[in-house]
Design a protein. Sequence first.
Length: 132
Amino acid sequence: MKKDIEIPEVTGVKVAVAKSLDQNGESEWRAYLINENLIDLEQVMITTKGYEKADGSGRKTSILRHVIQGVAPQSYAIIERVQPTTFGFYNEFWVSFYILNELFDKKFVLPPFLEFDVEIIDTLELPGKLAH
């Protein structure tokens, strides 16, 4: 039954954790969903969690669920605030969405990183890390 369900490959969609400054000039980390496609992402559902070891074992964070009604073409949406204390974890973002009534689904994982080990995320024009 499950083998009969075809879920197409996800392209043009990325997840990033990036740093910006709040109104007080203090660092603020957020997870972003980036849509590089030329079409809307609709009814986006995202589950996030963190775990200490690559196999999912060890300490874990809470599981959070988010719904974003839509992400316009070539834009982005904020998923959630991220605490720097979770950078030592594998951060997982399970993203499901529709494009023209077709379901797409992909798991993005951001491996552990250091706060200063970042690159510029072009779409956001912010320093951060891309999940793969």
